[in-house]
Design a protein around this ligand. Sequence first.
Ligand SMILES: Cc1cc2nc3c(=O)[nH]c(=O)nc-3n(C[C@H](O)[C@H](O)[C@H](O)COP(=O)(O)OP(=O)(O)OC[C@H]3O[C@@H](n4cnc5c(N)ncnc54)[C@H](O)[C@@H]3O)c2cc1C
Length: 415
Amino acid sequence: MSSASHAIVLGAGMAGVSAALQLQMRGWNVVLVDRKGVGQETSFGNAGIIQSEAVEPYAMPRDFASLLAIALGTTNKVHYAPVALPQHVSALVQYWWNSAPKRYRRIAASYSKIIAVATAEHQKLIAQTTADHLIRRDGFRVLLRSQAAMDTTLATAERLAAEYGVTFKALSPAELGKAEPALIETGVGAIHWLAPWTVRDPGGLAAAYGDLFVRLGGTFAAGDADSLAQTPAGGWRVTTDGGPLEAEHVVVALGPWSPPPLRRFGYRFPMVRKRGYHMHYRAPKVLDLPLMDDAFGYVMAPMVSGVRITTGADLIGDEPPLMPAQLREAEKAARTLLDLGAPVENRPWVGTRPCMPDMLPVVGAAAKHKGLWLHFGHGHQGFTLGPATGRLLAELMSGDAPFVDGSAMDPGRFH
Ligand SMILES: Cc1cc2nc3c(=O)[nH]c(=O)nc-3n(C[C@H](O)[C@H](O)[C@H](O)COP(=O)(O)OP(=O)(O)OC[C@H]3O[C@@H](n4cnc5c(N)ncnc54)[C@H](O)[C@@H]3O)c2cc1C
């Protein structure tokens, strides 16, 4: 193996482990480095949906009613702490600008092409693991509580079906009740997105990918990405518990922690850090498939640890509250739909969606440093996208023709 095919991947979430596997499949010799294990942070705590229906990324609402609801704190979909706003403001302004219809359409065109291969790229990996029992390939449902919300969601679903071939089925309250007998209340019905896959243990799937990586000859090392330095010969060095490691190429895939270490090399990446929470509940009767409660902006998903409630976006400071209001509201709303039972944990899990203000992940070469590659900023759908953008990155690093035009995701767009 030539020295040109050695890489260190920093960060073993879904983005990092997928990039490591995709490089390995192209003959690279890879060391995966994380200060924890594989898939123990954001990729552990999400809602576990491989969202092939999310062909358009999560835009910032621009209509007056949505903005007023956020400002007044009357929606549970987005929360913010006024004292923390200054730290988010610059990225939020860019997010607002990119969410304007014309720009958003261009962004969605790139996004839809990459998400189109998300399940296929996951399947290539799942097929080589014993994790298939964690996967359902039956979609997920969105429960609507008012006819107005149903009409809006249905119109969006019909548009996505016409433009991108997304598949869905509208369910009446009775049909939803038949599909989910555990529900106490079925609102005005649901939209069932048919193509997404759902995972009963997202951290377990990431860990299975990590095991596959080691089984195929890769090395995992515990280490701190903050030790990243350039070697005098122009390569890269990082300190691990087993001593220093060097390689000609390094990939930064540190999810929400990616921007700070890059500042030392002169790169400033804006990021909208959308906090999210989860808790599990010992529901006596569980749901068949994950259910999003549109009115309250949370997802209830049957997981190996119980029914997991995951919340929407919380723009707050660095210290999360012990019991966030958003999770409290979600739990209250969920109890009107399902007998949730007692919580499993006594405090919530906290994670951060690493959202770029233009809603596209950062995939490709750093502008000013040879051998420095970036793979982060997957926002609301990083669990979905990891293997797909990992493939794009591995193709770029290998000098292969990329399967999709990745120029919109090039890191240089921020500099
Ligand atoms: C509540 C919630 C629900 C979500 N639901 C979904 C969903 O249903 N579907 C979906 O597709 N996406 C979902 N997401 C988004 C998704 O979870 C993220 O986009 C994705 O997990 C990001 O993966 P990542 O590998 O980039 O980051 P992470 O999984 O956070 O991985 C980053 C890694 O870097 C490591 N690290 C950090 N700093 C250092 C350091 N200094 N040294 C060494 N290692 C370090 C961490 O330990 C971690 O392992 C959700 C997110 C949240 C918060």
